[in-house]
Design a protein. Structure first.
Lengths: 179, 793
């Protein structure tokens, strides 16, 4: 982890702040410009490129990460605001050998096409399932309403999250996935 | 020996789970912004805040003084290199950086390149530009008005704001038919400007190597080879020294077909700085300057016999082209495939005229999830069908039945020259009507009306020309619209396939392998698919216009069949029989009359490198170029029911039924995903999604707070049905599908709302059917126009 203790964002950054952010369970100490966005810290500073940038205005949700377990849009939070907090990104979902049920659900139910909104969408879904293990379709649609997808029409995303909820609760996942 | 189970090996018809998901669900896709090269610089663009203005002063000195700013480019610097203007795909010119005037809000004026994007933005803020405002033109009526300021005063000989004029059909025969009509029905409407708006914006990483002279550009492009050809022609670089790499694409929908000024800036910046330069638009830059869709005014009449037979149609279209005629469309017609309108109906006579208008709006019309202008054509067609049925006092479904082509009527030429070749239109309509319970709904609607509730049902039936395309209708820069595939089967029977198309979510990595599995019996899991790198992919025209499966997919089949033909010779050698005595079943050759004596495709592959017949060259691979003989003609029937709140004008979707006949389905799961995506765009267009302008040319809809896209919360559920009529000329009988629902869907929603209002005075409400528009229609009992300019709210 030593390579990322100091993040050199610019050659000229005279005014920087040292912050500690726990990212996917690992404390990271970094020097950042006060104006640096959290999403840029994650993507450029820490090379966690699964969090995407879509709209810059907190609307599309492609940059959704968990901040102390709550979904936030990392394009509209400054890195310094994350000082002392825990951030979870898509890289923190599942393990290399075993997918998180949300990831598996998106795959099984064809909940993604271009894949660009997918990490943010999955983080919002993860947050929902953490607080509501047995959501209704309406719960899912509401929980994901801060995340835009232009490809799928959402129907399969909703199914993917419900599939993940079933899997996580140990219920038999819906028959339909046996394609 | 039992034959392979095609579905089990992931062949045709298998809802095979997607291969590409494995990286995407782990956040390990490689999109443009994920590409980081050593020494890379970052580029930002200063855009015009005004729609029409003369530039009187540009001062970049303060930007140059900011530490970390490496380059500031102006139009003047571009002009010194003969790069201030570039040709468009529609044979016009487009400013790369403004020199004389700005002609739309958001036009590129200055470019700043710096060590990081924050410094580049600081540099942009430090640029000083003075403008002398000119009157802005925001619709065709203003554009054509006498005395209107001439937007394109840069063009020699341009004396007004006309961009083009075009006509098709038989004017005299049409006039005669109208003279003989019992009823003439008419309709005018505006199909609003909309933006494809993929979540990922456009961008490029340009990397010019002065040592080798090689230019590599990573670029969000749906058509890498076309970009290579364009760069070769515009920048006059040798084509073999240009490498375009299209990485994973975060949605395209037509937005990523054109060559944008930003690409040219990035390339020049890399050449001038000697370092890689990354440019990625912000969302406003994407929405305000890159290829929009639609913005067409349609005015048409239909000549009818009392019994419901359509005798002829007459249409005029005014298109709002924006400041430059930069339509990214490869059809041979100025107004794209607008004349595919009414192709599903048995109408013998018609006449269409069109005029394009320059305005002070963003340039670059694109085929937003459609083959160019087909969306406007089918929307208008189905709105016109509803209006005509209403004028005749005839049921909407019955009027369509009277006029839809019959199954035995193929092939048939439309009055505008297209050859429709297959379909079961009546069956599709009936499947849709049965699914929605049409007669029952009509009874419920009448009963609800008694109680003051407004229920409505809208039908949209259409065939559309997909899969650009055959040489009669298409070329691009003079190049035919073929596509290509290269299949290499390795020693162990595993394979790599490359095509000239470029997936943006359509799942080519999954479905192309299924075609190989179908043709060769090699399990789909044993085939890796690669696209998007012009140094390795065979020459192809890219992915748009629902052309991947109709054209590149056909090439995959043909390449696999070439491989099979060679494998057959090898099998004959292995089985020690003559080639004529070798039979094929999925995955295996065998001796006629002795089916137990066989050689699998994998055994043939091994022999191709280790034990080939004398005189045969080693290897088992083939390349196929496919030039389609015709477009493909899928058919669809979309039926929507709604309830309109008479107090507020808010309308809710009750049900959406979709019946799609896209021919043979390679992967039903993916096809259904495409249809649901298209239906969502249809709902979006009908309900909320549009870009308009105020009288000063300020765009309203320049960010996601103003440009509304439906979320999971608003988007209705969809009920999907299928009918299969194989395409008669495609190797596996497939037709295109990606755009069908986006093309045919909007009219179903609008027809349903108009049906719910059920007032003869409300002939039309322009999309999107915002509650205030519906409410106004209910109050005034008149049609509601949505054309710009609008007041700023």
């Amino acid at each position: 982890m030593s390579f990322s203790k100091t993040v050199e964002i610019t050659e000229t950054s005279a005014d920087t702040r040292r912050i500690t952010v726990t990212v996917n369970g690992t404390p990271r100490v970094v020097e950042v410009e006060p104006r640096l966005l959290l999403v840029h810290l994650l993507r450029e500073g820490l090379a966690l490129r699964g969090t995407h940038i879509g709209c810059d205005t907190t609307n599309c949700g492609a940059c959704t990460v968990l901040h102390d377990g709550n979904p936030i849009k990392s394009c509209t939070m400054l890195a310094v605001q994350a000082d002392g907090h825990e951030i979870t990104t898509v890289e923190g979902l599942g393990t290399p050998s075993e997918l998180d049920p949300v990831q598996e659900g998106f795959h099984r139910e064809h909940g993604l096409q271009c894949g660009f909104c997918t990490p943010g969408m999955m983080m919002a879904a993860r947050a929902l399932l953490d607080r509501e293990p047995d959501p209704s379709e309406e719960d899912v649609r509401w929980a994901l309403s801060g995340n835009l997808c232009r490809c799928t029409g959402y129907q399969n995303i909703v199914k993917a999250v419900l599939w993940a909820a079933d899997k996580q609760r140990g219920a038999q996942p819906a028959e339909e996935d046996a394609r | 020996m039992t034959a392979l189970d095609e579905v089990k090996i992931g062949g045709l018809g298998a809802s095979r789970l997607r291969v590409e998901d494995q990286r995407f669900v782990r956040g390990r896709g490689t999109y443009l912004d994920d590409i980081k090269l050593p020494g890379m610089l970052y580029m930002e663009i200063v855009r015009s805040p005004l729609a029409h203005a003369r530039i009187t002063r540009i001062d970049t000195s303060k930007a140059w003084q900011i530490p970390g700013v490496r380059l500031v480019l102006t139009g003047e610097m571009m002009a010194q290199r003969n790069l201030a203007w570039m040709p468009t795909l529609s044979y016009d010119t487009q400013a790369v950086l403004a020199t004389d005037k700005v002609r739309f809000q958001g036009q590129e004026v200055v470019v700043v390149v710096a060590d990081d994007p924050y410094i580049a933005k600081d540099g942009c803020d430090a640029v000083e530009i003075d403008y002398e405002p000119l009157p802005a033109i925001v619709n065709p009526e203003q554009s054509a008005a006498p005395g209107a300021p001439i937007i394109r005063d840069d063009k020699p000989g341009q004396t007004d704001n006309t961009c083009y004029r075009w006509e098709v059909g038989d004017r005299e025969a049409t006039e005669r038919a109208f003279a003989e009509a019992d009823v003439v029905s008419s309709l005018k409407l505006h199909y609003p400007r909309s933006h494809p708006s993929p979540i990922e914006c456009c961008g490029a990483v340009a990397d010019f190597d002065a040592g080798t002279g090689k230019l590599t550009v990573y670029m969000t492009t749906q058509a890498p080879h076309i970009v290579r050809a364009a760069v070769a022609l515009i920048a006059e670089l040798p084509e073999h020294q240009i490498r375009i790499v299209s990485p994973d694409i975060g949605g395209g929908f037509g937005n990523k077909v054109p060559v944008y000024p930003g690409y040219v800036h990035a390339i020049l910046a890399s050449i001038l700085t000697g370092r890689p330069v990354k440019w990625i638009e912000d969302k406003t830059g994407n929405l305000i300057s890159t290829g929009f869709g639609r913005d067409m005014y349609l005015d048409a009449q239909m000549a009818l016999r009392r019994d419901g037979k359509i005798l002829a149609v007459r249409m005029h279209a005014d298109t709002d082209q924006g400041a430059f005629f930069a339509d990214a469309q490869p059809s041979k017609f100025k107004v794209g495939l607008l004349h595919s309108a009414f192709a599903c109906y048995d109408i013998g006579i018609g006449y269409i005229t069109a005029q394009g208008h320059y305005t002070n709006k963003a340039p670059g019309g694109v085929a937003y999830r459609c083959s160019f202008r087909v969306t406007e054509a089918m929307f208008f067609q189905e709105r016109m069908m509803q209006a005509a049925a209403t004028d005749l006092g005839m049921d909407q479904a019955e009027f369509r039945r009277i006029n839809l082509r019959r199954d035995d009527a193929f092939p048939a030429r439309t009055p505008f020259g297209f050859l429709v070749d297959s379909g079961q239109y009546h069956k599709c309509l009936q499947v849709g009507l049965d699914a929605i319970g049409y007669d029952q709904f009509r009874r419920e609607q009448a009963a609800a009306r008694e109680k003051g509730r407004l229920l409505g049902i809208g039908i949209s039936t259409m065939t559309e020309p997909l899969g650009a395309g055959n040489s009669r209708e298409y070329d691009i820069l003079g190049i035919k619209m073929f596509d290509s595939a290269e299949l290499r089967v390795h020693l162990t029977g595993k394979a790599i396939l490359r095509t000239g198309a470029r997936t943006q979510g359509q799942g080519h990595e999954t479905t192309w392998a299924q075609i190989v599995a179908h043709e060769l019996g090699i399990p789909a899991d044993d085939v890796v698919v690669e696209e998007g790198d012009t140094d390795t992919a065979p020459y192809g025209m890219g992915t748009y216009a629902s052309r991947s499966t109709p054209v590149a997919g056909a090439a995959v089949s043909m390449a696999a069949r070439k491989v099979r033909a060679k494998a057959r010779k090898i099998a004959a050698h292995l089985l020690e029989v003559s080639e004529e005595d070798v039979e094929w079943e999925l995955g295996r050759f065998y001796v006629r009359g002795a089916p137990e004596r066989g050689a699998s495709i994998q055994e043939c592959a091994m022999a191709a490198y280790s034990n080939m017949p004398d005189g045969m060259e080693p290897g088992l691979e083939a390349t196929a170029y496919y030039d389609p003989p015709n477009l493909t003609w899928p058919f669809a029937c979309y039926i929507v029911t709604v309830e309109v709140d008479p107090e507020t004008g808010v309308w809710d979707v009750l049900r959406v039924v979709a019946v799609d006949d896209c021919g043979v389905r390679i992967n039903p799961m993916i096809v259904e995903g495409q249809i649901m995506g298209g239906l969502t765009e249809a709902y979006a267009m009908a309900s909320m999604q549009f870009q308009t302008y105020d009288a000063d040319g300020n765009m309203i809809g320049a960010n996601y707070m103003d440009y509304l896209l439906p979320t999971a919360w608003e988007t209705p559920g969809f009920e999907l049905h299928e009918v299969v009529t194989p395409c008669p000329h495609h190797p596996i009988g497939a037709k295109g599908v990606g755009e069908c629902a986006a093309v045919g869907g909007p009219a179903a929603f609008v027809n349903a709302v108009i049906d719910a209002i059920g007032d003869a005075g409300v002939r039309n409400i322009d999309m999107p059917l915002l509650p205030d528009r519906v409410w106004t229609a209910l109050q005034t009992r008149q049609s509601v126009s949505g054309a710009p300019p609008v007041g700023r709210s």
